[in-house]
Design a protein around this ligand. Structure first.
Ligand code: SF4
Length: 508
């Protein structure tokens, strides 16, 4: 690890001779939590492995960044793997010699912070526009610190900046095929004034991050809601290893006021919460009672609601993708496009039938998904889903596929049954760990069915797999593997619902 003698001189009590230079990502880590920054600097190996969905998000961000450069074409790129000092020297040379060209990933350091700027665009009068590219659909307050720290470093390095801007994806852009129309695909937002206004705050935050880095141990910061805000911390598992058996995070939708009140009362385990503690919701009280007694809460209403479902009972699940860069004509950035469904049907004689559809061609899947779905669901029997997602997708399909609109709307008008809502309202098992996600609920209730044997284990992964599967550059063998993996995953979701349905009907 690079160690530079920075941040002024060490104190006599300091455990270190130097501390690392902060990069922008480390600074952002420090804003979430000083302990996270400490780990990023000294114990990077303790990070949780990057899951495939997060990796796909990073890849999307990189692709959007590359496409965005087209708005400032013909620029000079400082390769991302160039060592920091060399990157800064190359950037300085590009600023001098090619002041009429944009610089991509321009490298600077100042005030003990090292950054890369996505795009530095020449204005023509010797000044530059600093552009941070975001692969999101809009502007978020969090982006200001990101741009603010870059503006501080770039100006500190002596480069005149006319504007500091966020370039984000415009989710109203409708893709018409062929190359993207870049000035419609992206929206540029000038945040110069706000980025300058936050500078004093950023500098004081930088200063506050400094002291813990001199220590030989991470700062003693307890876990809390900040571990998942604005993102799940990469050291989440590490910090929660020695935590209580039933941590406060297992209380769903806990507002910060309640969390502070519990912390102020030195309560870390749900079992230690007094019964009459204020601000607890009914669900919190139910969870508290279940973990104290180690017993299941099962309201008879759940069994009544499930018994009332008359066969044929459908169990339906969709897989969708919502790419930042639209793939199909007529779609917008981030639009949910269903490409697969699975339907298990429980017949009056107790037998189970399975039907499915997976779109395997690099064409718009919506029409084929709608037509196959309507045929499979017919016009009778309740349709059990897990969350309101499937209903939303059917309504979106109804907007997009006119010829099947009436049939699709008829499905959602009267037949949908949300198993997740039924469980959330009427059932709790201490092993749910505060989550009603099917990935938590299934192992708590069914011990011989899980997702461990599957290549694809979550929806984000399925979306990535679909895009790879229809990409003609993916080797044919791999495309076939992905087909198989997608079918297995979507089928498992509906199979899981069937098993939960039977199990919960038995519940006392
Ligand atoms: S898990 Fe929480 S306490 Fe631990 S480093 Fe991350 S944010 Fe900080």
């Amino acid at each position: 690890m690079e160690q530079l003698p920075l941040w002024g001189s060490t104190t006599p009590t300091s455990a270190r001779d130097s501390i690392p230079l902060l990069s922008k990502s480390r600074f952002i880590a420090g804003l979430q939590c000083h302990k996270r920054l400490y780990y990023e600097c000294y114990h990077h190996d303790l990070r949780d492995p990057l899951d495939l969905t997060t990796r796909a998000l990073f890849e999307t961000g990189a692709r959007v960044g590359i496409v965005a450069r087209g708005l400032f074409g013909g620029g000079v790129r400082i390769p991302g793997d160039t060592p920091p000092d060399e990157a800064a020297r190359t950037t300085a040379a590009a600023l001098e010699q090619q002041a009429t060209k944009a610089i991509y990933e321009a490298a600077f350091h100042h005030g003990n912070v090292r950054i890369r700027v996505d795009i530095l665009a020449p204005v023509g009068d010797g000044s530059w526009d600093l552009i941070e590219v975001k692969s999101s659909a809009g502007y978020k307050e969090d982006y200001l610190t990101d741009v603010g720290i870059q503006l501080y470093v770039v100006e500190g390095a002596g480069v005149p900046v006319r504007r500091a801007c966020i370039l984000h994806v415009n989710n109203q852009y409708v893709y018409e095929g062929g190359p993207y129309v870049l000035d419609q695909l992206f929206t540029l937002r000038d945040v110069t004034e706000q980025a300058r206004e936050v500078r004093p705050l950023l500098l004081s935050q930088l200063e506050a991050m400094r002291a813990p880095l001199w220590g030989s141990h991470p700062p003693p910061i307890p876990v809390g809601p900040h571990c998942k805000r604005p993102y799940t911390c990469p050291f989440y598992t590490r910090c929660h290893l020695d935590g209580p058996e039933y941590p406060l995070e297992h209380l769903p939708r806990m507002n910060p006021k309640l969390f502070r009140a519990l912390r102020d009362a030195d309560i870390e385990d749900i079992r230690d919460i007094p019964e009459d503690f204020p601000l607890l919701t009914d669900l919190h009280r139910r969870i508290r009672a279940c973990v104290i007694t180690g017993s299941v809460h099962s309201d008879p209403e759940l069994k009544r609601a499930l018994d009332a479902l008359r066969p044929p009972v459908h169990f339906l699940d969709f897989e969708t993708c919502n790419p930042a860069l639209p793939l199909f004509v007529g779609t917008k950035p981030f639009q949910q496009v269903p490409f697969q469904w699975s339907d298990h049907v429980l017949r009056p004689d107790g037998s189970l039938e399975h039907r499915e559809y997976l779109h395997t061609e690099p064409t718009d899947p919506r029409r084929d998904v709608a037509a196959s779905l309507i045929k499979a669901l017919g016009d009778e029997g309740p349709i059990v889903v897990y969350s309101g997602f499937e209903e939303r997708i059917i309504r979106l399909l109804a907007e997009d596929v006119e010829e099947w609109r009436e049939d699709l709307l008829a499905i959602v008008e009267s037949r949908m049954v949300d198993l997740l809502e039924l469980i959330r309202s009427h059932y709790y098992h201490p092993s749910f760990r505060g989550s009603f996600s099917i990935k938590e609920v299934l192992p708590a209730l069914i011990d011989d069915l899980d997702y461990e044997d599957l290549e694809i284990r979550e929806g984000g992964q399925a979306a990535v797999a679909f895009v790879q599967m229809i990409d003609e550059e993916t080797p044919v063998d791999r495309r076939m593997e992905l087909r198989h993996a997608l079918r297995a995953y979507c089928r498992r979701d509906t199979e899981a619902m069937v098993r939960l349905f039977h199990k919960l009907r038995e519940a006392e």
